[in-house]
Design a protein around this ligand. Structure first.
Ligand SMILES: Nc1ncnc2c1ncn2[C@@H]1O[C@H](COP(=O)(O)OP(=O)(O)OP(=O)(O)O)[C@@H](O)[C@H]1O
Ligand SMILES: [Mg+2]
Length: 371
């Protein structure tokens, strides 16, 4: 949806929105303090983490809750059109402006203006928005006088705006304007304790919506859900449960969850006994190294000489690592040496840098991944 003006909307209960994970409890505490203060809020988080839900919640909890909630999806509208949508225009301001039209900023007066994906705004619109944020004044296209809007602005982005500033694509002064209060939403895999409650909420919701009686998920599938890495976050979980409710069997969703997690290391705290730090860290680094090597190989179309150059390790060392990690071009772990590796691989003894299974330090690993 590009832009909407809403007055009343339903939200999940706060117990579901925040769950019990520490990261979300912190968000809840911050929101309880900022909702009533009329300051801009910047909500950051990966896709599907619930940025819009939080924006709506802030609106509902604020003194402006009786006013309109206006959502603008910045990247969905071409730049010139977005300007006229935001600021409005006077009759005859440009070809096709047969009547004057109030902009979305004016429509959000005494309500909330939610600018979704603000990181996508052009530099030109960024400077115009900055002016609005400074004093609430703006000028309709073609108008002689300023209009004032008392809208509370909430912005959301899944980009790292500090990085965008460094790259020269986001204005630093606008960042400080919109970032008076910052809410950072965790990825779903970082709040896996909340998955059962979210899943149950979605199940009941879709059972009602589709008039079904699909039962609760089994404990074993729930454990799988909690171990999964959720690249699409809550939206992916929501869609998965929707499919489960409609199709009615666990089998139809369990295959979706078979894909292994990239770049993650699920450390499970044992109930009792020692937690050997060195061993666990080595395992984690090996997992990370495997993912990095795989990505570099894929980027070089499995040309191992070029991949070795990029990774700044010897060709022999790379062949050893490929075999050691069980990597193959189709990504399935292999038990024996892949045929193409076998054809060119030297004897399996490791290069000196591999001796003793010493893992690459994380600092070096990070350098490789940034290269
Ligand atoms: N805490 C939550 N409790 C219940 N449902 C949630 C929660 N967070 C998100 N959802 C649901 O998950 C879906 C994605 O949420 P939302 O659109 O707010 O995410 P987003 O961060 O804005 O995603 P995107 O970056 O892709 O726009 C929505 O359908 C929303 O209703
Ligand atoms: Mg969104």
């Amino acid at each position: 949806m590009k832009q909407t003006v809403e007055q009343n909307f339903e939200l999940p209960p706060e117990s579901v929105i925040f769950g019990s994970s520490e990261a979300m409890r912190r968000v809840q505490r911050d929101l309880s303090l900022i909702a009533t203060a009329d300051v801009p809020v910047l909500i950051q988080g990966a896709s599907g983490t619930g940025k819009e839900i939080i924006a709506k919640l802030v609106h509902k909890a604020s003194p402006l809750s009786k006013g309109p909630y206006v959502k603008v999806n910045c990247p969905a509208i071409p730049d010139a059109l977005l300007e006229s949508e935001l600021f409005g225009y006077e009759k005859g301001a440009f070809t096709g402006a047969y009547n004057s039209k109030p902009g979305l900023i004016a429509l959000a007066d005494r309500g909330t203006l939610f600018l979704d994906e603000i990181g996508e705004l052009s530099m030109g619109l960024q400077s115009k928005l900055l002016q609005v944020l400074q004093d609430g004044k703006f000028c309709r296209i073609g108008a002689q006088e300023d209009t004032v809007s008392e809208a509370r602005v909430i912005c959301a982005t899944n980009r790292d705006l500090k990085r965008e500033i460094a790259a020269g694509t986001f204005r630093e002064d606008l960042f400080y304007r919109v970032n008076v209060v910052n809410v950072s939403l965790p990825a779903l895999r970082e709040r896996s304790a909340d998955i059962p409650e979210l899943a149950e909420y979605f199940r009941e919701h879709f059972n009602m919506m589709y008039n079904r009686k699909t039962p609760s998920l089994s404990a074993s599938l729930m454990r799988v859900l909690q171990a999964y890495h959720w690249p699409g976050n809550i939206r992916q979980l929501e869609n998965l449960i929707k499919r489960y409710v409609i199709l009615g069997t666990e089998a139809c969703i369990s295959t979706d969850l078979a894909e292994p997690a990239p770049n993650t290391f699920d450390f499970e705290m044992p109930q009792e006994g020692p937690v050997p730090l060195k061993k666990i860290t080595n395992q984690a680094v090996r997992r990370l190294e495997r993912e990095i090597i795989l990505k570099v190989l894929q980027a070089h179309h499995w040309n191992r000489r070029r991949a070795a150059e990029a990774l700044k390790i010897s060709y022999r060392a790379l062949l050893y690592k490929i075999r050691d990690a069980g990597l193959s071009p189709n990504r399935t772990p292999v038990r024996s040496m892949p045929v193409e590796t076998a054809a060119t691989a030297p004897p399996a003894e490791p290069e000196p840098e591999d001796a003793g299974g010493v893992v690459t330090p994380l600092t070096q690993v990070a350098k490789v991944s940034n290269a």
